[in-house]
Design a protein around this ligand. Sequence first.
Ligand SMILES: [Zn+2]
Length: 414
Amino acid sequence: MDPFRFQVEARAGRARVGRLFTPHGAVETPLFMPVGTAGSVKGLMPKDLEAIGSQVLLTNTYHLLLRPGPERVRALGGLHGFAGWKGPWLTDSGGFQVMSLGHMRRIDEEGVVFQSHLDGRLIKLTPERSIAVQEALGADLIMAFDECPPYPSPREYLEASLERTLRWLERSLKAKTRPDQALFGIAQGGTDPELRRRSTLETIRFDLPGYAIGGLAVGEPKEAMFAMVELSTRLLPEDRPRYLMGVGHPEDLVAAMGLGVDLFDCVYPTRTGRFGSALVPEGRLNLKNARFLEDRRPLEEGCDCYTCQTFGRAYLAHLVRAGRCSGGSSSPSTTCATSTASPRPPGRPSARGVTGTSPGSSPGGASAGRCPPGSARPWPPGATGNTTPCRPAPAWGPGKRRLVDRRGDKISPV
Ligand SMILES: [Zn+2]
């Protein structure tokens, strides 16, 4: 039997709840994948991630290619043997980091030549090399090598780039040898509806086990991003998982789930935790604010996570001020405490809340066809059942986003 079956179990409008089977277990969708840049989610042990319901970890091919190197990871048992996470992994193709870290030297039909940010050596990444590295790392879900154009880009460049991405997808598939890994294709096309449609339809022709909506959350307006998500999920097959890359603000997850997206990744929930903020249903708590210094309440009333059961806001605010933002989870630190609490809103309970198939809370109390409290105007465009479309509550405001910010590369390049 195919180890990568995907079953849609319930629907509400265009939102769906499903189950994705992988060689390292079945996972429930919609799901959010925490980003473990170099094989570890900063400040969190695998047991912490398990406790908050994480199901799939994402790690970056680019970083592991540079250090410790794919052959060493393979020799040590692949990601499952090398790192502590025994569940499914997803590796990206490396392309996004190569292009966003800014040390790229040359991009052509063959691939990309870039300079390592660690020691300056020149490294060539091609579709074949990316797949070889991802096979050595051994993730369950792997990504085709693609080109992610910056926003904004001229139409001619978007067009040439999406055509190249399709040729690179073909080469990625030819290079793939392991049957126990599922290769996802990535649709591009920027925010141009015609190019997005063409890229999506051409990518579907490869009949892949899953599809990613790429090239979004790179600085374009939210309206443009959701117009592309809406278009994409109308075109993508119902019976394959859909992965919206780099999207992780809670209100965006709710809106995209309403449009039928199943998988997400972003550094936002854990990174905002490391910088002293916590995500709760009302929005983002900035623990640097003096008003929390005598606040005995947990981060979230009624939450059953370890952080909320153990610490009050006052203590966490103290930790932020005391600079206890590093270290593992063996001692209380804002890194582990707020990071542990923060990934909850985009997690499974929210997904169930959105589709209404089981009890559970959701960010802002949103559900299919209903607006989160505080919503003001049409959002997201085209969400099924959303006759009074709405915009997310300002509390979840995305703030300024830069391309390099999205996966934390510039913040923490090593
Ligand atoms: Zn909690």
